[in-house]
Design a protein around this ligand. Structure first.
Ligand code: NAP
Length: 199
């Protein structure tokens, strides 16, 4: 299994840090190219390497963590998805204005899915602030909860297994339409809920 990350900001780095802790190989990318990531990958450890957007997008599982309005440019030209899993860690709002994007009543993950035709989209890793996502998920005698949702059962099972391997407790919220709406910021009730599963 190969993993790519598009976006090396707060969430992309938090994802890479979490995957690095589990010793999982990752190619991380951004808009400025691999040279701009030299210091970051050195800090993150040997399982994380810098690549181009295209290289990251060729992985079996591709995490996308990009500012909402920049997503069309970030996904442009990456058309060969062929059933690979794309994790939508994005939210439809961004600094500095924090004005919610106009989604025409749709769930943001469904809008995002239009940018990655043929991919199996799973919404996950978007409900916590980056600083919290990056920390050890073993906390307060349990494991930090991450939510996931999607329309493809097998893709969700793969992300559920990855979530468990990373030390989190995963909770399946159902389809993109149902679960995406619950976990979406702004609008859903679940963003920023730092929940610990005791078991
Ligand atoms: N920050 C949080 O706590 C948080 C929590 C939950 C969800 N989210 C969501 O996660 C997403 C990312 O947020 P963030 O806070 O990580 O943003 P960020 O720190 O501003 O980082 C955004 C990243 O996107 C990259 N990018 C922009 N245009 C690109 C392009 N055309 N091709 C490739 N990469 C491109 C940027 O590349 P460069 O570095 O080269 O500019 C940067 O690495 C957003 O949708 C946000 O709503 C954020």
């Amino acid at each position: 299994m190969t993993i790519g990350i598009i976006g090396s900001g707060a969430i992309g780095t938090a994802l890479a840090r979490t995957l690095s802790r589990a010793g999982i190989k990752v190619t991380i990318s951004n808009s400025r190219g691999p040279d701009s990531l030299k210091d970051l990958v050195r800090e993150l450890g040997p399982s994380i390497k810098a690549g181009t957007r295209e290289e990251a997008a060729r992985a079996d599982i591709v995490f996308v963590a990009v500012n909402w309005t920049k997503l069309p440019a970030a996904m442009a030209g990456l058309s060969d998805w062929k059933g690979r899993i794309v994790v939508d860690a994005n939210n439809p709002i961004e600094a500095p204005l924090f004005k919610p994007a106009d989604l025409g009543g749709r769930v943001s993950s469904e809008v995002f899915a239009d940018l990655v035709p043929g991919a199996r989209v799973v919404k996950a890793f978007n409900h916590l602030r980056a600083e919290l996502l990056a920390t050890d998920p073993h906390s307060d005698g349990g494991r930090r909860v991450l939510f996931y949702s999607g329309n493809d059962i097998a893709a969700k099972a793969e992300i559920a297994a990855l979530i468990e391997r990373l030390g989190f407790a995963g909770i399946d919220l159902g389809s993109l339409e149902v679960g995406g709406r619950l976990a979406q910021f702004p609008g859903g009730p679940l963003p920023n809920q730092n929940l610990i599963k005791i078991s």
